[in-house]
Design a protein around this ligand. Structure first.
Ligand SMILES: O=C(O)CCC(=O)C(=O)O
Length: 424
């Protein structure tokens, strides 16, 4: 192919990618605009239930708008190029070949502008597209892989014999504990999270709030939010209830004096894409678990709602080394995903998945018409230095720990409406 033709093909590709990704929407991912992120239908997406009809209608309208935008931009490119070509040939009397080359140069300059001088928006959009594709391919591999036998306990069993739960978590990096909070507590927190998310989105739209102070840095932000939580009464009540069966398990895993490290809600709306497989923290030589994260379901989470996927026993140096192998074209990574049995983390309301933060896992694609909300909190072994987690700045230095809950948590349900007492 002649260089000029190659450049044109590249530009067309860039233009179509740019349009398909809807640049203004991609800007949201970079935190520049509060508008909704672009949507993409997975070919195997299941039809939403009748209750999701309103969602579906608005999604269809959004899709129509995107398609219109696509054709408008494509039309703009084509007519602009043609107009310039005609102006150069018929207007300025230039030779066809020269005029064609000039049009190509103009397109190249515009392409370079898009890539390098638009604040990284185009590059980010292209990267997002690549990550999305990677995540979908990983999902297909994991679907073919064997299913893991995982340890599942009731809250009652975990309370009666915490050592068994601690041992399962230590060996698998994963354990499920059912019924850690009651459906009533879960529903109250769900209503609070939904209201809080709406309030924060409105404040963001009105530029009264910054995203950094309210949302964590979650992977694949399209229709997905990591909403940082304060010690509001419904949050405090859920935490207190969950710690009743889990305190001994967490203490046995990361120390009786472990510090509260994260407190947030993961919200995944219909069409949230799958995340790529990742650990939350890297493996460090000679280390035991530094952080244990507890994800609590605030409603039932079935297979269509993008339950978290876990690969038990990958909180090890060997699994991290294989996953991070460089220069082999991703062969070891794929082999790991294909060989290791995985677990699809469906949950009933009030149930919890606990992980060692080094475990490989990912949020699934929400192919249902329903919002999925997981309340999550993590505790970090005292003295461990890690990157900061999803915790409001004001709570980071509050000194909340497993061994002083009597100062910040006890009687949470009785103190509904009162403001949080901060341990200093
Ligand atoms: O959404 C989920 O199920 C898990 C999210 C997650 O693992 C993450 O954001 O690190």
């Amino acid at each position: 192919m002649a260089p000029a033709q190659r450049a044109l093909s590249l530009l067309c590709l860039l233009a179509s990618q740019t349009c398909a990704l809807n640049l203004p929407a991609a800007a949201t991912a970079a935190g520049t605009s509060p508008r909704a992120l672009p949507r993409l239908v997975r070919p195997n997406a299941r039809a939403p239930p009748p209750s999701a009809m309103c969602d579906t209608t608005s999604e269809k309208a959004a899709e129509r708008e995107e398609t219109l935008e696509y054709f408008k931009t494509l039309g703009g490119f084509s007519f602009g190029s043609l107009g310039l070509f005609v102006a150069l040939t018929a207007g300025a009397g230039m030779e066809d070949v020269q005029a064609g080359n000039l049009v190509l140069v103009a397109l190249c300059v515009y392409g370079a502008y898009l890539l390098f001088f638009d604040g990284g928006v185009t590059q980010k959009a292209l990267e997002n597209q690549a990550i999305r594709q990677l995540a979908e391919e990983e999902g297909e591999i994991m679907e073919e892989a064997p299913r893991a036998n995982v340890g599942i306990y009731t809250a009652q069993a975990a309370t009666a014999d915490p050592a068994a739960t601690v041992n399962t978590l230590a060996s698998d990096g994963f354990v499920r504990v059912d019924q850690v909070i009651s459906p009533a507590t879960a529903s109250a927190l769900l209503a609070f999270v939904n209201a809080e998310l709406e309030r924060k989105q409105q404040a963001l739209a009105a530029a009264d709030l910054t995203a950094e102070g309210s949302f964590g840095d979650v992977l694949m932000r399209e229709n997905r939010y990591d909403l940082l939580l304060d010690m509001d009464p419904p949050v405090r009540a859920a935490l207190e209830e969950a710690l009743s069966p889990l305190r001994a398990v967490l203490g046995g895993s990361v120390g009786e004096d472990a510090e509260l490290f994260e407190l947030a809600a993961l919200v995944s709306d219909p069409r949230a894409p799958r995340q790529p497989v990742h650990p939350d923290t890297p493996f460090k030589a000679g280390d035991g678990a530094a952080i244990v994260t507890t994800f609590v379901a605030l409603q039932d989470v079935d297979e269509t709602m993008g339950p978290t996927g876990f690969i038990p026993q990958t909180h090890t140096s060997e699994a991290h080394a294989r996953f991070n192998t460089k220069d082999d074209g991703g062969r070891e990574r794929v082999a790991l995903l294909r060989e290791r049995p995985n677990h699809v983390g469906i949950l009933s309301i009030g149930g919890a998945n606990l992980i060692d933060s080094r475990l490989f896992h990912c949020g699934g694609a929400n192919n249902s018409g329903r919002r999925r909300v997981l309340f999550y909190f993590s505790f970090r072994r005292r003295g461990k230095v890690t990157p900061s987690g999803s915790l409001l700045y004001k709570l980071r230095r509050a000194g909340y720990a497993l061994d002083n809950t009597d100062q910040w948590l006890v009687g949470a349900s009785a103190t509904q409406g009162q403001s949080a007492a901060v341990v200093t």
